[in-house]
Design a protein around this ligand. Structure first.
Ligand code: PLP
Length: 263
């Protein structure tokens, strides 16, 4: 524990709300609490969501997003930022502009589609993600579907991970973590800055209750960076955290339950 009264590192998530509490802002704040940092939120969109999928989604006005960001940054300050669901081109561009002024590391989870196939980003926003958001990322964390959406690059085996990472790096993030969890065989993620390369392997858990995995991983990376860890160490620790959270994912409702932050 920290000495009483000493402030923890501060981490800001800019993302959507999941009413079911499994992904989005709710997963981000749970991850941050579990990892001992102070979590703060800029809500970009509100979803009506449960274990069966997303029943509705409403974007907040750009003004409301800007105001939340300014309130947090101008007074409290941030030591890392994480972005998740940004919904529209207008919001992607506004958020990219806001975070371009921070010195804090930024983890961009380029959220496209939920596990149930519900769109969380308009197709018209993809170009803004490529040209405005990725260039201001310290670490981008696409999964294989997001790699295809962003670069057209299809990853069929582990050998494709490095060229796919190069295709994402071409848009300007300092590091990319490609999440290869859906590859056949062993689950392997690739982290690279184009120079150094790390392959992160984890035992595959036969657990379907994995809602919120991507949000949790990106928030754990941001929490590590806020504590001052270098990117490879922050990503390695985040991977360990999310692997435990997946192992303990639990059934809730009739569909896919959430990963667990209390293990
Ligand atoms: N809902 C929100 C608000 C999210 O940000 C995300 C993922 O980033 C999801 C749902 C999807 O979560 P999953 O794909 O783990 O079901």
């Amino acid at each position: 524990m920290r000495p009483a009264g000493q402030a923890p590192p501060r981490v800001l998530t800019v993302a959507g709300s999941d009413s079911g509490g499994g992904a989005g802002i709710q997963a981000d704040l749970k991850t941050m609490l579990a990892l001992g940092v102070h979590g703060m939120s800029v809500i970009t969109a509100v979803t009506a969501q449960n274990s069966l999928g997303v029943q509705g989604a409403w974007e907040l006005p750009v003004e409301a997003v800007r105001a939340q960001y300014r309130s947090v940054v101008d007074d409290i300050g941030v030591q890392a930022v994480k972005t998740g669901m940004l919904a529209s081109a207008e919001l992607v561009e506004a958020v990219a502009e806001l975070i371009s002024t921070t010195d804090a590391p930024v983890v961009v989870d380029p959220v496209g589609v939920s596990k149930h196939g519900d769109p969380l980003l308009a197709a018209s926003a993809l170009d803004s993600v490529r040209t405005r958001l990725l260039p201001v990322a310290t670490v981008a964390t696409p999964n294989l579907d997001e790699v295809v959406q962003l670069t057209g690059f299809e990853v069929a085996s582990e050998a494709d991970l490095r060229p796919a990472a190069e295709a994402v790096l071409a848009y300007g993030p300092r590091w990319v973590l490609i999440k290869g969890g859906h590859l056949p065989g062993e689950a392997v993620d690739l982290l690279t800055d184009g120079d150094q390369e790390f392959r992160l392997r984890a035992p595959r858990h036969d657990n379907r209750h994995t809602h919120g995995t991507g949000c949790t991983l990106a928030s754990a990376v941001a929490s590590g960076l806020a504590k001052g860890l270098p990117v490879p160490e922050a990503v390695t620790a985040a991977k360990e955290y999310v692997t435990g959270a997946i192992a303990h994912g639990f059934a809730l409702g009739a569909g896919i339950g959430p990963v667990d932050h209390g293990w």
